[in-house]
Each structure stands twice: as C-alpha cells, then as structure tokens.
Design a protein around this ligand. Structure first.
Ligand code: FES
Length: 64
C-alpha cells in the first residue's frame, strides 16, 4: 500500500496535539522508534499524556 500523504483526520491518536495515527506511522517509517522521538516531532504526550499507551501500541504493531 502506498498512501503516505492520504489525509485521515478522523484517525487522531493524540487529541491534545491533533496527531494522527498516519502521522505517527510515517515518523516510525522514517526512523522514530520510541515515544520520545514521536513526542518531540509532534507534541504528542506533552499534554495530558493519555495517548502514551496508544503510541506504544502503534510502535509495537510496527515491530519496535
Ligand atoms: S492526548 Fe496526547 S497528550 Fe493528551
């Protein structure tokens, strides 16, 4: 599947920063391999922090 830039605005993982699952997957594909790296790139986890577990699940699904 090749749909890098396809907008999926309803697929928001982090409500505080508006970060989508597709954005996080894109960062992982570009080398981000932990929550910290994704947080620095997107602002995710820097608000309420409740998206932390969801990001871990996406990392795990990507084999990180
Ligand atoms: S939902 Fe991500 S920091 Fe609040």
């Amino acid at each position: 599947m090749n749909n890098d830039e396809q907008p999926e605005e309803q697929d928001i993982i982090c409500d505080c920063s508006g970060t989508t699952k597709s954005k996080i997957e894109q960062l992982i594909d570009n080398g981000a391999d932990n929550v910290d790296a994704i947080s620095r790139a997107t602002g995710a986890v820097s608000g309420c922090g409740s998206c932390d577990i969801l990001i871990l699940e996406i990392l795990a699904a990507k084999g990180k």
